[in-house]
Ligand binder design. Sequence first.
Ligand SMILES: Cc1cc2nc3c(=O)[nH]c(=O)nc-3n(C[C@H](O)[C@H](O)[C@H](O)COP(=O)(O)OP(=O)(O)OC[C@H]3O[C@@H](n4cnc5c(N)ncnc54)[C@H](O)[C@@H]3O)c2cc1C
Length: 310
Amino acid sequence: MSDRYDILIVGGGAAGFTAGIYAARDRCRALLVERFSPGGQVLNCEHIENFPGFPDGVAGYTLGPLMQQQATAHGLELQMTEVHSVSLDGDDRVLETDSGTLRARCLIVASGSSITTLGIPGEAELAGKGVSHCASCDGAFFMDKPVVVVGGGDAALDEGLHLTHYASTVTIVHRRDALRGCASLSERARGNAKITFRWNSELRAIEGTSVVERVLVENVATGERAPLPASGVFLYPGLTANTGFLKALVPLDADGHVITDLSMRTSVPGVLAAGDVRHESARQLVSSAGDGATAALAAIRYLRTGRWDA
Ligand SMILES: Cc1cc2nc3c(=O)[nH]c(=O)nc-3n(C[C@H](O)[C@H](O)[C@H](O)COP(=O)(O)OP(=O)(O)OC[C@H]3O[C@@H](n4cnc5c(N)ncnc54)[C@H](O)[C@@H]3O)c2cc1C
């Protein structure tokens, strides 16, 4: 088989696999490229209760493989490799990957986002030794031990609530004086006896000899700093768009998200973006899946008509 496809998709999350389902069902030759685990961020979601079709909710590690299974059953090809750069060569959109060069007429960028790093002492040094981004993966290591969660959005609240099944206490450190998460998660977190909040506070260091032993917390309103004992630190301070590999190929907004129109088309013919990676995404599973479908339909239209504005 030649390595020229109709549609290349970068990213195996909800957006990428949904685009893949639509492309494959339309008999396009489509390949999805994923660098880590198929499923994307959903694999870090302990319990998803806002994705339609699952009245009792669904675990992310269940939903991720189901998305992959559904897309590949329809004929989507999957390659595990990392994309390093993208360029244009006539009608071709060209990807340079760890495993070589890939070409297609259309490219759907569905590379999502990664949890922003805090850049504080101890964060990198103690990663995997108490510092984590995944409560469902690592929570059980902290049975009856105190843990700290950083962030005030849905991810921090969801993961903090999950950690109450294991930890003795969960302290949520949030740099503002109010939560950003949805009302139902905020109410549950506030009503959980194991959870306490440190408002207007930021982590300045994560400390420990070989594993995490404590964190240094600063109250940004007063400037006061104090150590807080912790065996685990779960970081959800925000998200950074995975767009470094695009370089200057398409316009990005000030935060690095890809700018598209409502059909998910960028200003470069044949290049589309979908999901968390695009400007003004709702950054939810269901909106990412919707973006993926919209992007694939626009790509198919372009393949058929040759017109980018059709
Ligand atoms: C802890 C947590 C809990 C959440 N809970 C919920 C919830 O309850 N409900 C909800 O609706 N949403 C929730 N979200 C948000 C939801 O997970 C995201 O909105 C959604 O997964 C985004 O999907 P996506 O396909 O756009 O991107 P992603 O899922 O981020 O997938 C992008 C994929 O692209 C890959 N990739 C990136 N760069 C490259 C490259 N250069 N080469 C190859 N592959 C690459 C990545 O490895 C990744 O697998 C949660 C998020 C987190 C972190």
